[in-house]
Design a protein around this ligand. Structure first.
Ligand SMILES: [Zn+2]
Length: 75
């Protein structure tokens, strides 16, 4: 949906008819399996191979202990 700043209105183009749209396909067991593997990969550190109960930060690409090993030694 685009908002026309000059005219101050909202212009909508109805390319798809909502009344003809089909509902979202239900999740199959294969899809659940793929999702579980994806979530498992997000929780597993590629550096040390430890699987955590939370998702690892994608900015680090590894678990916090592998990203900052010096911090653990100091503490
Ligand atoms: Zn790690």
């Amino acid at each position: 949906m685009r908002v026309n700043r000059r005219a101050g209105g909202v212009r909508v183009s109805y390319l798809d008819r909502i009344d003809l749209a089909k509902p979202v396909r239900p999740m199959t067991s294969r899809k659940w399996g793929a999702l579980a593997l994806a979530m498992l990969a997000r929780c597993t550190c590629p550096q040390c191979g430890v699987t955590y109960s939370y998702c690892l930060p994608t900015s680090l690409g590894m678990c916090v202990l592998c990203a900052f090993p010096d911090d653990q030694k100091a503490a």
